[in-house]
Design a protein around this ligand. Structure first.
Ligand code: ZN
Length: 134
């Protein structure tokens, strides 16, 4: 497995309407896409920072993963996503090394990317996503 960079940092927010103006007006970043990922019960908004993105996540369902996270911990940093070429290969590699996976195989994430999550129990408490084109 070869991690090329941090693809994005996922941040749980109460509301995109409230969060986007902060990133745009205070930090001077530009939101270039808003996308609903029905699978994940979230609406996402993306900002580019160098080659890394900020992914804001607003829950569309209190029982979804972001809804539950905010219910427990409140808004804040949710996950870290590393970019690799081949997600399934990376997941197999990590699993072989004893890392506990949330996703045994890659699935579809925002922006048409393939994604897979590692379990925070195996990653020093950081929910970690592996993310790539295939
Ligand atoms: Zn993500």
């Amino acid at each position: 497995m070869n991690i090329s960079h941090i693809e994005h940092i996922g941040i749980a927010v109460n509301s995109l309407d409230e969060a986007i103006p902060y990133y745009e007006n205070m930090l001077g970043l530009k939101c270039y896409a808003v996308e609903e990922v029905a699978d994940q019960k979230v609406k996402t908004a993306f900002f580019m920072v160098g080659q890394t993105k900020i992914e804001l996540l607003e829950s569309t369902d209190p029982e979804g993963p972001i809804g539950k996270f905010i219910g427990k911990k409140g808004p804040g940093v949710h996950h870290l996503a590393f970019a690799v070429d081949k997600v399934n290969e990376a997941l197999n590699d990590l699993s072989g090394k004893g890392v506990q996976l949330i996703d045994k195989t890659g699935r579809k994430g925002a922006e048409g990317l393939t994604i897979g999550f590692l379990h925070p129990k195996s990653t020093m408490g950081v929910l970690t996503e592996i993310c790539g084109k295939e």
